[in-house]
Design a protein around this ligand. Structure first.
Ligand code: PEP
Ligand code: MG
Length: 543
């Protein structure tokens, strides 16, 4: 087996035989010409045909990938009409008395180079669009056949690069996925692949012509391609692919639909995420928002403590990408099972009951303030909720809010714009449940962390596999605590969600809705199965 890595465009799996595509070299004749007028006419004819072709591609992309994605071909049409480019080509033909092919190639190469040298990665990626329209005109000038990319069998296409127009022209029934040596994740080719749901890798430096005809698996989740995979790997990725396909079918059926029961009760279904890389999963699974952004992954992914700026960028990116959807960001929940070297936490005999989460934040104020400042700054870019973990007393919640207010005052004095946000408390301990009435007066929402709530209620270490026979995820004590929390929250106008694993347990969905739970936040893949369950419930019928 051979493994090659690249940059993944879509979290998906493609399995099939490889077809290596070698683009035919376009031979450019750069001889001197005598008849400038005839050459100008050849160029104009090719340009008009290229414009017509881009219009046809627009229609095809519109049907297959939607308006937003198809717009690239509208832009290509405009590029083909752009005075700067057209004049540059005409000037080469007229002044240098060169062929239309030579003039198109030279002028397009010059413009593509200008884009490629820009600082902004998005603008850099536009150079591929110039190459694409240039190639389209060259195909018409040289009489090349641009439709000869695919074979007759469904396959994984491997190529040096693919232009957006090549990608949209591909017959989707024959395309399982593609891998390119070049390309970028910002390119229109990547955008097209994503919206057509095609697993693909770009910048995969190790692609080889020897792969032609071999069996392969693109693993978009891990940004790699396995050529001649082992049987075990084949079986496990095949299973993952089938799960994905079931999810896609559910998406077709339920995307855009409400999370409303037959008798009209609506509940929010949000997703749990670990960072900006999960934004796509939230969107693809049509979650209503983010109910838990576990920010400790921002800390765990860094070799040193992430600064205010780095954190601000991560939070801003998530908020902005998902706006106007609500994104509830949990402050750092380090400790217990999540240890980090640079935090220099002492060894503890009982870490789950130890120095963790809000306890660290309240005693390392400067550390905490960095995160709170980053969050407040990011609040201007979307619809944010801030949530404090492992709260066991009103004093802790008040102290956290005071530090937040201190950061706010500092930022306002600096003239920084701050948006609206809600403040929430995680309910993860029996202590929090028992004082939920008092906590509810201090915040806008509760989010019940059933993973820790079960651990602390039942005294079952969630990390200890040996305790599995003793563990009851539906323990009546935990269910009663959820009921108590909802009632306490509602008595004070505080809405209540569940963000622990239990929220995704569809055998309990009816129970939670009957209790009055307002929101369920689950891993992105569970959003649609949960929606399906909710839509099948009728709470007006007797239990
Ligand atoms: C929980 O405890 O249920 C929870 C959501 O937090 P975490 O799993 O991150 O501890
Ligand atoms: Mg927890």
């Amino acid at each position: 087996m051979q493994v090659a890595t690249g940059k993944s465009i879509l979290n998906g799996i493609a399995i099939g035989k490889i077809k290596v595509y070698r683009a035919p070299e376009t031979v450019i004749s750069d001889r001197q010409i005598d008849d400038v007028e005839a050459e100008m006419a050849r160029f104009e004819e090719a340009r008009q045909k290229a414009i017509a072709q881009q219009n046809a591609l627009y229609e095809k992309a519109l049907a297959e990938a939607g308006e937003e994605t198809a717009a690239v071909f509208e832009v290509h049409g405009m590029m083909l009409d752009d005075d700067d480019l057209v004049d540059a080509i005409r000037e080469i033909i007229a002044k240098q008395r060169r062929t239309a092919e030579y003039a198109v190639r030279t002028a397009c190469d010059n413009q593509a180079k200008i884009f490629a040298e820009m600082d902004d990665p998005y603008m850099q990626a536009r150079s591929a669009d110039i190459d694409d329209i240039g190639q389209s005109m060259l195909d018409f000038l040289t009489g090349a056949d641009p439709n000869s990319l695919q074979g007759t069998e469904p396959s994984i296409l491997v190529a040096k690069d693919l232009a957006p127009s090549e990608t949209v022209r591909l017959d989707k029934s024959l395309l399982l996925g593609f891998v390119t040596r070049e390309g970028s994740t910002n390119s229109h080719t990547a955008i097209l692949a994503r919206s057509m749901n095609i697993p693909a890798l770009v910048q995969c430096g190790d692609v080889s012509a020897d792969w032609d005809g071999k069996m392969a698996i693109i693993d978009g989740y891990n940004s790699c391609i396995y050529v001649d995979p082992t049987d075990d790997l084949f079986r496990s990725l095949k299973k993952k692919q089938e799960e994905d396909q079931a999810g896609v079918a559910l998406l077709q059926e339920l995307k855009g639909k409400d999370n409303t029961t037959i008798d009209g009760r609506t509940v929010k279904v949000y997703a749990n995420i670990g960072g900006p890389s999960d934004i796509g999963a939230v969107q693809q699974n049509d979650a209503g928002g983010v109910g838990l952004f576990r920010t400790e992954f921002v800390y765990l992914n860094s070799r040193q403590e992430p600064g205010e700026e780095e954190q601000f960028e991560a939070y801003r990116h998530v908020l902005e990408s998902l706006a106007p959807k609500q994104v509830i960001i949990r402050t750092c929940d380090i400790g217990a099972d999540k240890t980090i070297d640079y935090m220099k936490l002492d060894h503890e005999d009982n870490p789950a009951l130890g120095y963790r989460a809000i306890r660290i934040c309240l005693t390392r104020k400067e550390f905490f303030k960095k995160q709170l400042r980053a969050l407040l700054r990011a609040s201007a870019y979307g619809n944010m909720g801030i949530m404090f973990p492992m709260i066991i007393s009103v004093r802790e919640l008040r102290e956290a809010k005071e530090i937040l207010a201190e950061c706010r005052a500092e930022l306002e004095a600096e003239g920084v714009k701050i948006g609206q946000y809600e403040i929430g408390t995680m309910i993860e301990t029996p202590a929090a449940v028992l004082i939920a009435d008092d906590l509810a007066k201090e915040c806008d929402f509760f989010s019940i962390g059933t993973n820790d709530l079960t651990q602390y209620t039942c005294a079952i270490d969630r990390q200890n596999a040996k305790l599995e026979p003793f563990s009851d995820t539906h323990h009546p004590a935990v269910l009663r605590e959820i009921q108590m929390t909802v009632e306490a929250g509602h008595r004070h106008g505080t809405w209540v969600g569940i963000c622990g694993e239990l929220g995704a347990d569809t055998t309990l969905t009816e129970t939670f809705l009957r209790m009055g739970v307002d929101e369920l936040s689950v891993n992105p893949k569970s959003v649609l199965p949960l929606r399906k369950t909710i839509r099948g419930l009728n709470l007006s019928q007797n239990e």
